[in-house]
Design a protein around this ligand. Structure first.
Ligand code: 16G
Ligand code: MG
Length: 548
């Protein structure tokens, strides 16, 4: 085992001094104001090199993005070889490296990792890099590459990509030439694969009216534009909010988060009755749909609605293919609307699991099913096919023409869906496939069930770490007594449900509430929010700052 070249490290580290701040690798990597990130990203480069060496030179992905956050923010997350999120146990190493107070501490920590994790520093390291459209991305890529140089890692910069494209390319590179080969490792390869599968799925069906697509003035805009020629006339899309030349417009009054949180259409998109619209977030890994009813009411078709649609379609397809040995399951979080969970369990009769917030938890749970559909209500999700389900789908022949058609659709579906991570492009094609095959308007899709009114509020507290949850974040165990007080209030509301959890990305505590009517929901949210606010001020001796 070699050791780190300390002189080389010091020279590189001197270019990326650490500010006084404390950093945490959270749910979606490091994310904060871009001005604070230079040293963090340099050190994440060191970690990426260590991860690749630990995995025998397998390619590790690095995505520089702050997703739906304001334009001034940026962030970094690492992607493991099969395109999944960095293994959970390595998040603590990322946090520790980013907080080392001196080069000496940095070197010590690297050496402690080398010995405890048995990393052979003489092994090669390969890392690929992508970034969203944020102007701060360029300098941050350079900082990351400096980190890679500390351990002589080889890097390839793919420039501007959506987050799911970077996940896809990472998996392609690591599976090339194996039976699990995932595709050509380039944006072009990704477009070709998705477009070919989509064309198979809608072949011979009447084309739907054009879809209006809000790209949040982010990377989804140029990339979807680049994708359109591959789709040819199989799909008509009108892109709006595609101004990436004015960085301050990124995610401003637009995008999936704006639409979902505010339950309203984005600025820059004129909704007319029955139009089908969708919004991406700033790095195109989330999507929500919406339309306007005849009485001009805004109607949201969020991640829960997409999960319901996808599960319904796949269950039918598996039956039609005559291979109903394949079991479909759905994974949600506590944020899933109660009506969606009821629909899945009682109408579709599928098993539903609930896990903590964050893609990695959903993805992990979904892998337990033959076909696992997972979506967060906020529009983050995908469908994963187990290796045995894929084998069954690819070996089935079908004993009638109808079965053969269904089998062909299932195969194409497994190709159109990004198996590595939630992907707005691929989810869009999944929804468009189903609506085209059924010839459904968004309104017909929406009729599967009616959402219970729901409200999300945040309470700004001084220390969110005192809030501890269990049961997939549905119950608080600390501060002591708060959950009992919440339960007592919830009991008074028809169809009432509420939970409180600390955010993993912002310095706030989130409160979710749903109940039978809008006014009861608002009152429930307000009362639980008030409770947290009061509890925080009296119970912990801390002064709350705000209740939004
Ligand atoms: C991150 C997560 C997202 C989750 C959100 C919750 C990933 C890639 N992203 O954006 O899945 O919904 O955090 O944020 O895991 P919160 O903890 O602030 O509520
Ligand atoms: Mg995102």
């Amino acid at each position: 085992m070699a050791s780190v070249n300390v002189e080389n490290l010091s020279a590189l580290s001197a270019k990326h001094p650490k500010p006084a701040n404390t950093f945490t690798y959270g749910t979606a990597g490091f994310r904060m104001n871009a001005d604070l990130l230079d040293s963090v990203i340099f050190r994440t480069g060191i970690l990426a090199a260590l991860r690749s060496k630990k995995l025998d030179g397998k390619v590790i992905g690095c995505m520089i993005t702050a997703s739906h956050n304001p334009a001034a923010d940026n962030g970094v997350k690492l992607v493991d070889p099969m395109g999944e999120m960095l293994e959970g146990s390595w998040e603590a190493h990322a946090t520790a490296l980013s907080n080392a107070q001196s080069d000496e501490q940095l070197v010590d920590y690297i050496h402690s990792m080398v010995s405890s994790l048995k990393i052979d520093l003489t092994k090669p390291a390969n890392v690929i890099i992508g970034r969203d459209t944020r102007p701060s991305g360029v300098a941050l890529v350079n900082a990351f590459v400096d980190g890679l140089k500390v351990l002589d890692a080889k890097s390839t910069d793919y420039g501007i990509l959506t987050t799911p494209q970077l996940h896809y390319i990472t998996r392609c590179l690591n599976t090339a030439g194996t039976p699990e080969a995932y595709g050509e490792p380039s944006a072009e390869g990704y477009y070709k694969k998705l477009a070919a599968a989509f064309k198979t799925l809608v072949d011979g069906k009447t084309k739907l009216s054009p879809l209006t697509l809000d790209c949040a003035n982010g990377v989804g805009a140029p990339k979807f534009q680049e994708f359109l020629p591959y789709l040819g006339d199989s799909l008509s899309v009108k892109i709006v909010n595609d101004d990436i030349d004015n960085p301050s417009k990124l995610n401003l009054n637009s995008g999936a988060d704006y639409v979902k949180t505010g339950q309203r259409a984005p600025v820059g998109l004129k909704l007319t009755s029955q139009d089908r619209c969708a919004s991406f977030d700033g790095d195109a890994d989330r999507i929500v749909y919406y339309y306007q009813d005849e009485d001009n009411t805004f109607k949201l078709l969020d991640g829960d609605k997409i999960a319901g649609l996808a599960a319904m379609f796949i269950i039918d397809l598996v039956k039609a293919a005559g291979i109903d040995s394949i079991k479909v399951g759905v994974v949600q979080t506590a944020y899933a609307n109660g009506a969606s969970t009821q629909y899945l369990r009682n109408t579709l009769n599928v098993p539903v699991s609930c896990v903590p917030t964050g893609v990695k938890h959903l993805h992990h749970e979904a892998l337990k099913y033959d076909v696992g559909v997972y979506f967060e209500a906020n529009g983050h999700g995908t469908v994963v096919f187990s290796p045995s389900a894929l084998k069954t789908i690819y070996s089935a022949e079908g004993s009638s023409p109808a079965q053969a058609v269904a089998i062909r659709s299932l195969r194409a579906l497994s190709e159109v869906i990004n198996q590595t991570v939630g992907d707005a492009f691929s989810d869009l094609l999944l929804v468009e496939t189903i609506l085209t095959q059924r010839q459904w308007s968004p309104k017909v899709w929406d009729q599967a069930y009616t959402d219970l009114p729901n409200r999300l509020v945040k309470v700004v507290v001084q220390d969110r770490s005192i809030f501890k949850t269990v049961d997939a974040e549905r119950k608080l165990v600390e501060p002591a007594g708060l959950q009992d007080a919440i339960d007592a209030i919830v009991l008074k509301f028809r169809d009432g449900r509420s939970f409180v959890r600390p955010s993993g990305t912002e310095d706030v505590v989130r409160v979710y509430a749903e109940a039978a009517t809008r006014s009861e929901t608002d009152e429930l949210a307000h009362r639980i929010g008030g409770l947290v606010f009061d509890f925080n001020s009296q119970g912990s001796g801390l002064r709350p700052r705000e209740f939004i």
